[in-house]
Design a protein around this ligand. Structure first.
Ligand SMILES: Nc1ncnc2c1ncn2[C@@H]1O[C@H](COP(=O)(O)OP(=O)(O)OP(=O)(O)O)[C@@H](O)[C@H]1O
Length: 341
């Protein structure tokens, strides 16, 4: 069931078009990510949903009711900022209780809800501590506790993990996803980090220059990107340009390269995208020379020169080629996809 419906939303700032007719449907209970590079408009969209920003055109409804006329504090929506902005003079429990106290709930109910949420985020033992006595990951969990204790219908998270270091971030990604499934609140997270979006979200909208390029689940986005931008933004990829034909892409330099049809119409200009892990180094039709090999433990990254192009190949485990080796690059047609330029 659709919880949040965003329809043809436009927002300009002077001559900058931050949102250029964005339409999205977000389902009840979903973990949804808005992903895109800096400046693509994702924060503006989040702020519109939260009620801190107005729109020029378009509609936003929550459970069928117009949201745009509802002031920020009356919306059943909570926004968790990038900087968690915890009150330094309040304890962890005090920080979490704050919003409920402002709603003038009874003491007993506040205590019960705070205790429940503390347990949910694994911070019962730290209830009396001050924010500055916590680690970055723990502070993050307090901020989340504070947001979910109010039981919003929709929780908006702006780059929620960006303040954390890499290792803690990876743990928090898993934790956040579990938490979301447990509490069942619809999450909309803004991020420019494609790995973060891929690992957490049920569905992702990829934004580029104020417009939605594609909305899909992570596996579909990775395996069947609709556009060159999506294929490039998500994960590593190799690209060839040419004309879509039956069975692949016609190129000037390499003849017809095998690929599935994807989103490119036959006869039209198209880009072939093939993931490095789908490219093999023997038995293919593209003659090349290994230029560089790097080993990353579980993965080897091999750079091959063919014609005037460099192709990246990933091999599982230790490399099985060395610089200077002659190779024959190839891939199966179903492992490459034609996308719109
Ligand atoms: N209040 C404002 N006044 C003028 N321009 C703005 C304002 N807010 C946003 N913009 C512009 O609108 C565009 C989209 O900004 P937005 O903050 O939504 O992007 P973003 O994808 O969230 O980027 P980032 O990841 O860097 O925060 C940018 O070009 C930005 O400079």
């Amino acid at each position: 069931m659709t919880l949040l419906s965003i329809s043809k939303v436009r927002r300009t700032f002077g001559d900058v078009t931050a949102l250029d007719g964005v339409s999205l449907d977000i389902r009840e209970g979903e973990f949804f990510a808005l992903l895109g590079p800096s400046g693509c408009g994702k924060t503006t969209l989040l702020r519109i949903l939260a009620g801190f920003e107005t729109l020029d055109e378009g509609e936003v409804t929550l459970a069928g009711a117009d949201l745009t006329q509802v002031p920020a504090h009356r919306r059943p929506i909570n926004l968790m900022f990038q900087s968690y902005a915890l009150f330094p003079h309040l304890s962890v429990a005090g920080n979490i209780a704050y919003g409920l106290q402002r709603e003038r709930l009874g003491k007993a109910e506040i205590k019960q809800r705070v205790d429940e949420v503390l347990e949910r985020v694994g911070l019962t033992h730290a209830a009396k501590r001050r924010p500055q006595q916590l680690s970055g990951g723990q502070r993050q969990r307090v901020a989340l506790a504070r947001a979910i204790v109010k039981r919003p219908r929709l929780l908006l998270l702006d780059e929620p993990l960006s303040a954390l270091d890499r290792k803690v971030r990876a743990e928090m990604q898993l934790w956040l996803k579990q938490l979301q499934h447990e509490v069942g609140i619809t999450f909309v997270v803004v991020t420019h980090d494609q790995e973060e979006a891929m690992s957490m979200a049920d569905r992702i909208a990829v934004l580029n220059q104020g417009a939605v390029e594609q909305v899909a689940d992570p596996v579909t986005l990775y395996g069947s990107p609709a556009t060159h931008f999506v294929a490039d933004f998500i994960g590593a990829n190799n690209f060839f340009s040419g004309t879509a034909v039956a069975g692949g892409l016609a190129t000037d330099a390499f003849g017809v390269l095998p690929a599935r049809g994807g989103t490119a119409a036959p006869g039209s200009p198209a880009i072939l995208a093939v993931r490095p892990e789908q490219v093999s180094v023997s038995g293919g039709a593209l003659a090349g020379t290994v230029v560089d090999v790097s080993f990353y433990g579980g993965l080897s990254r091999i750079l091959v020169a063919t014609g005037d192009k460099s192709v990246i190949v990933h091999q599982h485990g230790a490399p099985r080629v060395a610089p200077g080796d002659a190779v024959e690059l190839g891939w199966a047609a179903e492992d490459a996809v034609l996308v719109r330029p």
